[in-house]
Design a protein around this ligand. Structure first.
Ligand SMILES: [Mg+2]
Length: 288
């Protein structure tokens, strides 16, 4: 409410919400944080789940590609593990110090008179740590993350999986991995709700009360952008200058958002006018 009140006197723009991914969107891919995430996922699969080292690289790529996240894929193919344990292994050991405060982005976000919401597949703690390192904690009205999209069923196996037992290291598990590696078909639906699947977007819209037609969606993943576009969002592909069918705007860097988007430029200008008129309003009684 406070957020709405803050901007209630500002004329309406084409958009009333900005929806942001976090990783490789609010900070650049070349920060190297994502490489550490990949390294930790591989280590988790080998040491915690006992998956053969030679199978892991291919599995990682395919699970990510077909299920949205590697974790969602691992659950889909029958691995039962604690989400928090996986998150703390993969994210809890990241060198967050490589991310530096970004006062330029902070200033850009704070000067935009539009509500801003985070929409990430990552867990809450990771999102908070990244936003904290970037100095952007106060810039967002809300956060949609792993826990928001998966509030229960923490250890529930897929409904359509025949054997609900813990398959870690079992023969069935090995067979399932073999089958997964040999086939090109999606074998099971994952119980994990995540981008780029429509149910994740539907939930995010509902939870954050988002009208996709009036929302700009920033993400570095073209798959997420494609679903976002199909769901009615206006899309901005961050980290690329290449526009495709689903991409309304392509930005090399999130820092370019003001220059690249006419509608946002308009919003910035509106905000500057408001600031100017507020200054005048304050100064008038002094002069009088
Ligand atoms: Mg991302």
């Amino acid at each position: 409410m406070e957020y709405e009140n803050q901007y209630q006197h500002i004329p309406k723009t084409k958009y009333d919400c900005l929806l942001f991914d976090v990783d490789d969107t609010l900070y650049p891919l070349n920060s190297g944080l994502s490489d550490h995430v990949t390294k930790n996922i591989i280590e988790y699969m080998i040491t915690k789940l006992g998956i053969a080292e030679d199978k892991v690289p291919e599995m990682c790529v395919r699970l990510y590609k077909e299920y949205g996240t590697t974790m969602a894929g691992l659950r889909a193919i029958g691995y039962d593990f604690d989400y928090d344990d996986c998150h703390s292994f993969v994210h809890g050991r990241l060198p967050y110090e490589i991310l530096k405060p970004d006062p330029v982005l902070k200033s850009l976000l704070q000067s935009l008179p539009i509500r801003k919401v985070i929409f990430s597949n990552a867990n809450e703690e990771h999102v908070a740590r990244v936003l904290g390192r970037l100095g952007l904690m106060d810039c967002f009205e809300g956060v949609i993350c792993f826990e928001t999209l998966n509030p229960i069923n923490k250890t529930k196996t897929p409904d359509n999986y025949e054997d609900g037992a813990d398959l870690k290291g079992s023969k069935q598990s090995t067979d399932f991995i073999e089958k997964f590696c040999e086939t090109n078909q999606l074998l099971q639906k994952s119980p994990v709700v995540c981008k780029p699947f429509e149910d994740a977007f539907e939930q995010a819209f509902k939870i954050a009360k988002i009208n996709p037609q009036r929302t700009l969606f920033f993400d570095d993943s073209i798959r997420n952008i494609q679903t976002g576009k199909d769901m009615g969002l206006h899309t901005i592909w961050v980290g690329s200058s290449h526009r495709t069918k689903s991409v309304d705007y392509a930005l090399e860097s999130i820092h370019n958002m003001r220059e690249a988007l006419p509608e946002l430029r308009e919003a910035f200008e509106t905000m500057e006018e408001v600031h100017y008129s507020e200054m005048v309003a304050i100064e008038t009684p002094v002069r009088a």
